[in-house]
Every structure is written in C-alpha cells, then in structure tokens.
Design a protein around this ligand. Sequence first.
Ligand SMILES: [Zn+2]
Length: 263
Amino acid sequence: MTATTTWIFLTSSSSPVHSGLLRSPGGHPAIWVATGRSGGVSAPPFDSLNLARHVGDDVMCVQTNLDRVAADIGARRWAVLDAVHGADVALVSSPGVVTGVDALVTSESDLALIALGADCVTVALTAGSSVAVVHAGWTGLVLGAVPAAVVALREESQSDEVVAVVGPAICGKCYPVPRERAERVREQCAVADAALVVAANGQPGIDVTSGVLAQLDDCGVTVVWRDVRCTAEDPNLFSYRRDGRTGRHGIAICLSTDTSGQG
Ligand SMILES: [Zn+2]
C-alpha cells in the first residue's frame, strides 16, 4: 500500500479549505484540514476563522472557531499548540491549549491536534495509529522542530512509515531577513541550501517551507501534499508580515473513527 491522501469535502461552513484522508502504509486513516480565513465568527482584523487566543481576539469566538475546525474532521475535542519557536514536543492525551512546545503527538482518537500559523509553516503527520502537528518558523527550522516531531511520532507509533501534509506559509521572496539571520541559518542548519534564497527586494530571504520539506525528506517522510500558497500574497490567509495585528489559520489532524478507512 502506498501513502496517499484522498480529497474529501467538508460539510461545515469553514470552506473553502483543503482537507483529506491521510494514512501511512499499514496505518490507521486520519482526517486533516488546512484552514483559511473564512468560515468563522471572529470580527476584523481576525475575520473570521481565527484560531489563536494570544492575538487579542474574543476568546469565545476563538473557542467557537476551534470547535468548528475539530468538528470538521470528526472530533469533539481539540488540543492546540501555543507555539514558542522551539523544538520541544508534547505527547498529549487530553484537550486544551498546550504551551511551551512546537509539536504535539497523540494516539487518541476523537482528539484533533491543531498547529497555528500566519506565515510560519505548519505540518500534520501520521504514522501507524498516531498523529502529530508541528509549527516551524525560521527558528524552528534551525532548531529542528520538524525532525524532533518525526522522532517523537515514530517512537509513539512504533512505526517508521511517516506521511505528512504541509500547510501554507510565507514564500522566500516575501520574507527578506537581516544578513546575520541568513548567516545563522547557513551556519546552523543542515538544510540551509534549500532554505536560503534571495528575497524580492534583493535582501537575503528564507524559504522556510523549502527547508522543512528538505528536513522531511532527510527524515524519510513522504509528503503527499503541500499548500503552495504564500500567506503574504494570498488574502484568503492570515499573514503577520503583511497585516501585523491579525489572526492565525491552522492545520489540524485527527485519527479517523472509521476503521474501514478508504484511502
Ligand atoms: Zn510570497
């Protein structure tokens, strides 16, 4: 059996979104979704499907939005990352906001894992009967947040066969950085060749997605889908670099309760 994702249509109001079934070879099917701005209840500048509490949005609106996203993929409970730009991973078995880490792993069914971004890369993964999500900006790229999550997922699932989908992020052309930051990536990051680019304004740029894809490849992870949209260029996505005070979209994944699991 090969790793696949099968496109599915969600019935809720949070469309248009990208969503599908994901399963590793021999593994349990999982449902994932990469959300955009539409389909939620938050008011501007968080309109409307903001999934982050720390940005100044009404917490009840955020709660409703998170509940909607979890319901979209068949879950009644969710655990959401409050990322810190590190590379620590938490194994979770109960719902809530998880602070201090940049990746979550679970083997619980009916528990959606959600990672947030508004220019940073988000990744959803599955292996065996476990799932994971990761958040990585340039710091997470240097520290190895994604490889750390892959290690933790393999340990929890007791399976080496990992498949992943990658959410939208800012592109390298839209992400100019100070020369010192580019130098740090060059010195400390094994995938620097993939990640370092020239931004549209001629400054050094970081293409975090390309770096993350190279890390996933180095880890032997099969990426079955990536969102090619640039958050700064696409008004359907949140972008901190573009808008400053704004919301966060996310990627969510949950083990499917349907064990017949086509796809
Ligand atoms: Zn761009």
